[in-house]
Design a protein around this ligand. Sequence first.
Ligand SMILES: C[S@@+](CC[C@H](N)C(=O)[O-])C[C@H]1O[C@@H](n2cnc3c(N)ncnc32)[C@H](O)[C@@H]1O
Length: 400
Amino acid sequence: MSNEPKFQARSAAFADLPPPDPAAQAQSERLQQLIAGEMAANGGRLSFARFMDLALYAPGLGYYSGGSTKLGAEGDFITAPEWSPLFARCLARQVTQVLAALGSGDVLEAGAGSGVLAVDLLEALASADCLPNRYFILERSGELRARQQALFKKRLHHLQGRIVWLEQLPEPGFRGVILANELLDALPVHCFTLTEEGAVERCVMRENEQWQWCAAPLGDAALAGRIAALRHDGSLAAGYTSEANFAAEAWIRSMADRLGAGMILLIDYGFPRREYYHPERTGGTLMCHYRHRAHADPLVLVGLQDITAHVDFTAMAEAGHAAGLEVAGYTMQASFLLAAGILELMNNVEDERVRLQWAQQIKKLTLPHEMGELFKVLALTRNIDGPFLGFALRDLRGRL
Ligand SMILES: C[S@@+](CC[C@H](N)C(=O)[O-])C[C@H]1O[C@@H](n2cnc3c(N)ncnc32)[C@H](O)[C@@H]1O
């Protein structure tokens, strides 16, 4: 085996970064053998969705299931709750409104990452005297679950009794708020390309010791149906490449089945369908993160980098609506945070250093060229009446 790090052969974007350490490389090798084994048993190729699922979540080896530091300055990317506790404090105000309207209830956070949102949110809810009965966490990665548990032990020991890590979805009849920040973008997507002869699915194969894209006939009826709907007005030309996130739609359906009363609150980056599948967005939205570099090649650094796709919020709203939920709010992250009072949080801060830090964090969370406009907030509700606090400034449901 060559000593040259393999990722340098594929992408100049990493030329100035040190290669992954030997342990990380060895883990990636094991993961790639596992993927290659499944691929061989599957006729020599895998759908990209299956490749992404294994690359991110193969037990003990995938990006989220392995031991690397993923989130935060030491990791590969930084999410809103990692940037600032003000994010959780604003969410807490929306959660408080829902729990108060229901009389009481629970919170369920799906995909809790490092656990920092859960800790900051519970602290904010405690100071508003609005703690949920229980705070459930649904986390696919055993490694991240262990990190979350360690963080709780350190920062919220007194509330530990309220926190429950779920092994499976909650029972139907859940009352309260189901919350997910940057979960949907981390679910595996199907990829496709349009050709003169019709659409093909973009699959993955292995050739000359490297992962390669390959085309396959559309095997999946849902994908064929989605592409046919997207093509109906003839605006998408041959060569057009994009993705569809059926796993996210299924996730919303399964949560809708459990929600008896309350809100599913989703925050992620993405667009309504018209923008997502804009004829000029010819290459789709796949994006990878490795040591704070963003690039678009998911077939390198297998298991060592995050792989994401933006969210089609129209599809998410449709999935919720079809499952009997009300689309109660859709807006940009900036509008949501401003409506939830992010600026007022500065009012009582006297320490000049903290004020400065918070001002920087507010800019990061709300400015249009930072996270303010690309990130959206979607509220799906059942058996609870709005209007809801976070959506009071700007209602963008008409764009979905
Ligand atoms: C991009 S991270 C976001 C982490 C955190 N919410 C934040 O904002 O910092 C995605 C998280 O979703 C988790 N995840 C992915 N698929 C999941 C699923 N089906 N159920 C629960 N958690 C999942 C990952 O393990 C990870 O914790």
